[in-house]
Write a protein that binds this ligand. Structure first.
Ligand code: PMP
Length: 463
C-alpha cells in the first residue's frame, strides 16, 4: 500500500459502528481501546488517521514500539522485499538469510563486550515471553531459583513476568527499592535516595537471616516505563552491576521499551556504561512487527535443547523490518537525535510546570518522557507516607488531560502506580515542528482539563 498524503476519509457511521461492535464483542480486559476511541485506518510517521477522518499526532507509538513511526519507507521496503523474494514466511527457528542478517545487525549494535561473546535466543513474539526465557536461562545456569526485581517494575503479563512486576505473589521474587527522585521511599530523593536504595540491596543480600531465596538474577529496567518513567541514576546502575557481579548473580537488563535509541543512546545501559549478562529485547527491534529475543553471555548457555520453544519464533517479516529499523537508527544517529530533542522537550515541559502547580514532576530520558500530575490542593490528611512531601497523584486530572489531548489531535499514554503520569513516547523521527506541536497541544489540554468539571469525577486506572 503506497501511503503518501492520506486523503480524508469520511465515514463517521463506520467509525461509530466499529467502536460499538468492539465494545460489545471484545474482552473486558482490553486496555488502550478504552481510553482511545480511535479507529485507525491509515498512518504514516507520527500521524494516525481515524475512520472518521480525524488526524492525530501519535505519542504512544505502539507503547514505544515504533522507533521510526508508522509505516516508515525503509520498513515497508524491507517487508516487500521478503514477500517478493518468495521466501517462506513461517520457518519455526530454522536458519534463513533474513534471520542471519537480523542477528548480524543486532549484534553490531550491542555493547562490544557482550557482542563479542553473545548468544541469541529467538522467543515467542512478545516481550513477556523473552522475560520468561531470561528467567529460565539464568535459573538453569545457576541452579538457583530466586529473582531480584524492583518496586514499580513492569516486565509483562505472563505469570513469571507478572510476579517480577509485583502483580502476582511469587515466593521466588524479592522486591528491592528502585530509586525515585520525586516520591523517594526513604524521603531523601536524589543521590542520597539512590544511595540508600543501593545500600539496602547490598545489606539484604548479605544478611544470612534475610529470608531472601538464593537469587539467580536481578532484573531491572534502565528507565522504568509503565512504572511512570523513572530513569535509574547511572551511579546506581553501576552499583547494581557491582553488587551482582561480586555475588555471581546474573544481571538482566529489560530493554524492551528503552532500546533502539529511545533514551538517547542505542541501548539505555550505555548511559552508565554497564554490561549486563542478559538483555531482553522486543518492541522496536521488530520494526512494528512482533519480535522478541534475549541476548546473553555465552557462558550462561547451559540450558537444554527445547528449554524455551515456541511455534512463532521465526517471523521473517519482523526480522526484516527489525533489521531495517536497527540499521536506519544507527546510520542516521537517531539515538543522539532522541537525546537532543528529548532534552529540549523536557526543558519546555519543566517550564510549563513552573506555571502549573498540578504538574508535580517532569522527568525522563531522551524521548521517554513523563509528567506526573498531582492535586496541590489535596487535604493534607491525604498526604501519606507514600507521598512523602509531594502532593498526592491526581489520576482523574491525568485521565482528563488524556481526553483533552485526544480532542486536540494528540495521543498520549498514562502510566505510573496511580495512572497519574502522562507519558510521551514519540517516534525518534519526529521533527522539531512536531515536538513543538506536541508540547503546545499538551499545555493547552492541561489548561482545559484543569478547568473541566469532570476533573474530579473520573478516576481509576486505564489498564
Ligand atoms: N518489559 C518492559 C520494560 C515493557 O515495557 C513491556 C511492555 N510494555 C514488557 C516487558 C512486555 O512486553 P509485551 O507487552 O510485548 O509482552
Amino acid at each position: 500500500m503506497a501511503v503518501t498524503e492520506p486523503a480524508p476519509v469520511s465515514h463517521p457511521p463506520a467509525h461509530e459502528g466499529i467502536l460499538r461492535r468492539q465494545a460489545l464483542r471484545e474482552s473486558a480486559a482490553r486496555t488502550y481501546a478504552r481510553s482511545l476511541p480511535i479507529v485507525p485506518v491509515r498512518a504514516r510517521g507520527m500521524t494516525i488517521e481515524g475512520a472518521d477522518g480525524r488526524r492525530y499526532l501519535d505519542c504512544l507509538s505502539g507503547a514505544g514500539t515504533l522507533a521510526l513511526g508508522h509505516n516508515h519507507p525503509v520498513v515497508l521496503e524491507a517487508i516487500r522485499k521478503v514477500i517478493d523474494s518468495g521466501a517462506p514466511l513461517h520457518v519455526l527457528d530454522l536458519a534463513t538469510p533474513v534471520k542471519d542478517a537480523f542477528t548480524t545487525e543486532l549484534f553490531a549494535t550491542l555493547p562490544r563486550e557482550l557482542a563479542d561473546n553473545a548468544r541469541i535466543q529467538f522467543c515467542g513474539p512478545a516481550g513477556t515471553d523473552a522475560v520468561e526465557a531470561a528467567f529460565k536461562l539464568v535459573r538453569a545456569a545457576s541452579g538457583r531459583s530466586g529473582l531480584l526485581a524492583f518496586t514499580g517494575a513492569y516486565h509483562g503479563m505472563t505469570a513469571g513476568a507478572l510476579a517480577a512486576s509485583g502483580g502476582a505473589p511469587d515466593v521466588g521474587v524479592t522486591r528491592l527499592p528502585f530509586p525515585q527522585n520525586y516520591r523517594c521511599p526513604f524521603g531523601a530523593g536524589g543521590e542520597r535516595g539512590a544511595d540508600i536504595a543501593a545500600h539496602w540491596t547490598r545489606y539484604l543480600l548479605d544478611d544470612p537471616k534475610s529470608g531472601v531465596p538464593a537469587p539467580a538474577a536481578m532484573i531491572l529496567e534502565p528507565v522504568q516505563g509503565e512504572g511512570g518513567v523513572n530513569p535509574a541514576p547511572d551511579g546506581w546502575m553501576r552499583r547494581m552491576r557491582e553488587i551482582t557481579q561480586e555475588r555471581s548473580i546474573a544481571l538482566i537488563a529489560d530493554e524492551v521499551q528503552t532500546g533502539v535509541g529511545r533514551t538517547g543512546t542505542f541501548w539505555a545501559v550505555e548511559h552508565s556504561g554497564i554490561v549486563p549478562d542478559v538483555m531482553v529485547l522486543s518492541k522496536a527491534i521488530g520494526g512494528s512487527l512482533p519480535l522478541a529475543v534475549i541476548v546473553y553471555r555465552a557462558e550462561l548457555d547451559l540450558w537444554q535443547p527445547g528449554a524455551h520453544a515456541g511455534t512463532f519464533r521465526g517471523n521473517q517479516l519482523a526480522m526484516a523490518a527489525g533489521a531495517a529499523t536497527l540499521a536506519h537508527v544507527r546510520e542516521n544517529q537517531l539515538a543522539e537525535r532522541a537525546g537532543t530533542l528529548g532534552a529540549r522537550m523536557l526543558a519546555r515541559l519543566q517550564a510549563l510546570g513552573a506555571d502549573h502547580p498540578s504538574i508535580g514532576d517532569v522527568r525522563g530520558r531522551g524521548l521517554m518522557l513523563g509528567i506526573e500530575l498531582v492535586d496541590p490542593e489535596a487535604d493534607p490528611l491525604t498526604v501519606t507516607a507514600e507521598n512523602g512531601s509531594a502532593p498526592p497523584p491526581d489520576p482523574a486530572l491525568a485521565a482528563a488531560v488524556q481526553q483533552e489531548c485526544l480532542r486536540r489531535g494528540l495521543i498520549v499514554e498514562l502510566g505510573g502506580r496511580h495512572s497519574a503520569v502522562v507519558r510521551l513516547l514519540p517516534p525518534l523521527t519526529l521533527t522539531d515542528e512536531q515536538a513543538t506541536a506536541v508540547v503546545d497541544r499538551l499545555a493547552d489540554a492541561l489548561r482545559a482539563a484543569e478547568r473541566s468539571p469532570y476533573r474530579r469525577a473520573v478516576a481509576g486506572p486505564t489498564r
